[in-house]
Each structure stands twice: as C-alpha cells, then as structure tokens.
Design a protein around this ligand. Structure first.
Ligand code: HEC
Length: 106
C-alpha cells in the first residue's frame, strides 16, 4: 500500500475451483464447486534468477519444486501481468493503488 510494489518474499496462493450454473435459484451467473488445483507464486530475489517462481500442489501434496520455464507460468506472468508479474489489472482495489504509485508496467 505504501509503495505499490510487492516486497521480496511475497507469496500468492491461488485456489482453483470448478464452477457450475446448475443448482442455484439464480438463473444467471456461476457458483463455486470443488477445489481442482492449488498454485503458488513466490518472489525471492536471491533464490530465483527471474525473481519469481511458480509452484503447483497436486493431489493434496504440501511440497512442490518450482515449475520449469517450459511450463509457461513465468512467461505469461512476465508478459501480461500489470505489476511485477502479478495480475493487478483484475483486482480493482490493487489497481487503484498501483495507478496512484505508478507501478503499472503494462
Ligand atoms: C496464459 C497466461 C497464464 C499462464 C500460462 C499462467 N497464469 Fe497464473 N495467472 C494468469 C492470470 C490472467 C491470473 C489472474 C487471474 C486470477 O487471479 O485468477 C493469474 C493468477 C495467478 C496467481 C495469483 C497471483 C497473481 O499473479 O495474480 C498465481 C499464484 C498463478 N497465477 C500461478 C500460476 C502458475 C503456477 C502457473 C503455471 C502452472 C500459471 N499461473 C500460469 C495467467 C496465467
């Protein structure tokens, strides 16, 4: 909030869920179903040459090695995310801060 940047050692955990449009009283929109994946991104400037590394936790595992570059995580996040490899453009509360701090790169 003070700088518009993610400090070193920042971590994000993304919970991926299935969704459905059947089973609600609402006739439009979707609601969450079961967890289908847990992914993480970790910023560690000393540990990772590209600053960020990406992880996936399969089948309830609590350990993971970083994905190799060929997995495509890093390149998509580097090329398309608005602030320091993260998709701040899709989070209006963060986007307002990044706009004010001028930390948006794309
Ligand atoms: C084609 C582009 C693309 C690829 C490839 C991709 N992501 Fe993402 N990722 C996104 C987008 C867009 C978002 C923001 C939407 C959201 O938060 O659901 C996101 C969000 C995330 C987040 C939440 C934090 C953030 O940066 O917004 C994590 C963690 C994440 N991705 C991990 C991964 C991992 C691990 C892989 C590789 C297995 C991966 N991503 C591959 C596009 C991509």
């Amino acid at each position: 909030m003070r700088t518009g940047k993610w400090p070193d050692r920042t971590m994000f955990v993304l919970e991926l869920r299935a969704s459905s449009d059947q089973g609600s009283i609402l006739e439009s929109g979707r609601f969450q179903k079961e967890v289908v994946g847990i992914e993480a991104s970790v910023k560690d400037e000393r540990r990772f040459p590209e600053k960020w590394a990406y992880f996936g936790f399969e089948g309830g595992s609590n350990e993971a090695a970083p994905f190799p570059k060929s997995a495509g995580c890093l390149s998509c996040h580097q090329q398309h995310a608005a602030v320091d490899n993260t998709f701040v453009q899709f989070y209006p509360t963060l986007l307002e801060v990044a706009t004010r701090m001028r930390t948006i790169t794309r």
